[in-house]
Design a binder for this molecule. Sequence first.
Ligand code: 2BA
Length: 109
Amino acid sequence: MKLVIAIVHDEDSFELIEELIDNGYKVTKLATTGGFLKAGNTTLLIGVEKEKVDSVLSIIQDVCKTRKGAVSMPSPIVGSTGVFVPTPVEVTIGGATVFVIDVERFERI
Ligand code: 2BA
């Protein structure tokens, strides 16, 4: 068995969960925060048989879109007040960040 950990944009999470459930997968949703942007995102845990991993990845790929995000970086430009002016830097987020890991043991007790 494998555990697919997918970090996705909040806006894609509802549709992605619906698609996964409709295709017979079980999903756990966690509300998470990205370390770099400090913005909310969604992490999904999906436990599946090894043969189903590619199907799960293809659903994630179909639903999750790339987006632009912005983060303020300290800049060498000093404003008229003598204060450093933060410069917004654009980053591309996602579609999805996915880890696939081996599950040593799975029990539903
Ligand atoms: P964040 O950490 O908030 O990162 C958001 C986006 O900022 C990233 O998009 C990437 O484009 C950019 N970014 C992140 N760290 C950076 C850095 N040190 N320098 C420059 N740009 C940087 P994604 O790569 O699509 O990642 C989306 C979210 O997935 C991340 O949100 C984080 O929550 C998670 N993630 C990505 N890679 C990860 C990893 N190796 N381990 C754990 N979580 C990860």
